[in-house]
Write a new protein. Structure first.
Ligand code: HEC
Ligand code: HEC
Length: 233
C-alpha cells in the first residue's frame, strides 16, 4: 500500500513538473483549434459565412486590433492580447467590439472560465495576432486567386499532393504526366483505375516504386476530372 501511495506521489510530482515546463512552449495554433473552433471559424479567409454561431476568428482579430485604444502604435499587439485574455473569461456587452446587431444575432460569448488557462490564452492570443494579419490575408487570397484560375483537374492534382511525385514534363518519383498521356491518348479508363487503386511495375524506370491508391481520398468524379486534365492539358 505504502509503496503505491509513494508511487502516486512521484507520478503526481513528475506530471506537475512537466506541466510547468509546458507553459514555456504552448502551441497557440493547436490550442486555438481545441478551445475556440467549436464556435469560431478559423479559416483565413473564411470559406463560408453560413451557419455561423460566432464571428470568424479573422474578424475577431481585425476587430480587436482595430478598435483597441492605444496611445502608441507599439502597444497595439500587447493590448490586444490582454483584451483577449480578459474577454474570454469575462465577456460582456459593454466590452465587446461587435456591432450591436451582430451581438444580438450571435448572443454574448459564454465565458470560457475553467476551460482555458491564462497561460493557454496568452499562447492563443499571441498566435491570433501574428497569424490573422492583413499581410497573411493578402497572401492567402493571392494563392486562392491562382488556384481559382487553374483548370479544375490541375487544382485537384495540386491539392491532393500528386505533384509531390509527378511533374507534367519530367519524370520525378513517378513518370511525367506527359508520358502517361502519350501512352493512353484520349482514353482515361486505365488511368482512372490506377489512381483509384494504385499501380506498380507498369513503368520500367519506376520498378519498386508504388503509386498509392486514392479511392478513399478522392471521389470518382474528381479522379475522372484529374485524368482528363492529364490527357488534355
Ligand atoms: C461557445 C461558443 C464560443 C467559444 C467556445 C468561443 N467563443 Fe469567442 N465568441 C463567441 C461569440 C458568440 C462571440 C460574439 C459575441 C461577443 O462578442 O461576445 C464571441 C466573441 C469573441 C471575442 C470578441 C470579439 C469582438 O469583436 O469583440 C473574442 C476576443 C473571442 N470571442 C475570442 C475567443 C477565443 C480566443 C476562444 C477560445 C479560447 C473563444 N472565443 C471561444 C462564441 C464563442
Ligand atoms: C508517392 C508517389 C506518388 C504519388 C503521391 C502519386 N503518384 Fe502517380 N505514380 C507514381 C508511380 C511510382 C507511378 C508508376 C507506377 C507503375 O510503374 O505502375 C505512378 C503512375 C501514375 C499513373 C499511370 C498509371 C497507369 O496505369 O499507367 C497515373 C495516371 C498517376 N500516377 C496519377 C497520379 C495522380 C492523379 C496522383 C494524385 C492523386 C498521383 N499519381 C500521386 C507515384 C505517385
Amino acid at each position: 500500500m505504502k509503496k503505491s501511495v509513494l508511487y502516486s506521489l512521484v507520478v503526481l510530482f513528475m506530471f506537475g513538473c512537466q506541466d510547468n515546463d509546458k507553459h514555456l512552449n504552448l502551441d497557440g495554433e493547436k490550442l486555438l483549434k481545441q478551445k475556440c473552433s467549436s464556435c469560431h471559424n478559423l479559416d483565413l479567409p473564411p470559406k463560408t459565412f453560413e451557419n455561423e454561431v460566432a464571428p470568424p476568428m479573422m474578424a475577431v482579430a481585425f476587430h480587436v486590433s482595430d478598435f483597441i485604444k492605444v496611445n502608441q502604435e507599439d502597444e497595439r499587439v500587447v493590448k490586444s492580447i490582454a483584451f483577449v485574455k480578459d474577454y474570454v473569461v469575462n465577456p460582456s456587452v459593454e466590452k465587446s467590439f461587435c456591432d450591436k446587431e451582430s451581438l444580438k444575432a450571435y448572443g454574448l460569448m459564454p465565458s470560457q472560465k475553467g476551460k482555458v488557462t491564462q497561460d493557454e490564452l496568452q499562447a492563443i492570443a499571441e498566435y491570433i495576432f501574428s497569424h490573422y494579419t492583413p499581410k497573411n490575408l493578402q497572401e492567402a487570397q493571392a494563392i486562392q486567386r491562382k488556384l481559382d484560375m487553374m483548370p479544375k483537374g490541375q487544382r485537384l492534382a495540386l491539392q491532393n499532393n500528386c505533384l509531390t511525385c509527378h511533374r507534367v514534363d519530367k519524370d520525378l518519383v513517378g513518370p511525367s504526366f506527359a508520358s502517361i498521356a502519350k501512352k493512353y491518348k484520349n482514353d482515361t479508363t486505365v488511368m482512372q483505375e490506377s489512381i483509384a487503386n494504385g499501380s506498380s511495375k507498369k513503368y520500367k524506370n519506376f520498378r519498386g516504386v508504388l503509386m498509392p491508391a486514392f479511392k478513399d481520398k478522392i471521389s470518382k468524379e474528381d479522379i475522372k476530372t484529374i485524368s482528363e486534365w492529364i490527357v488534355k492539358r
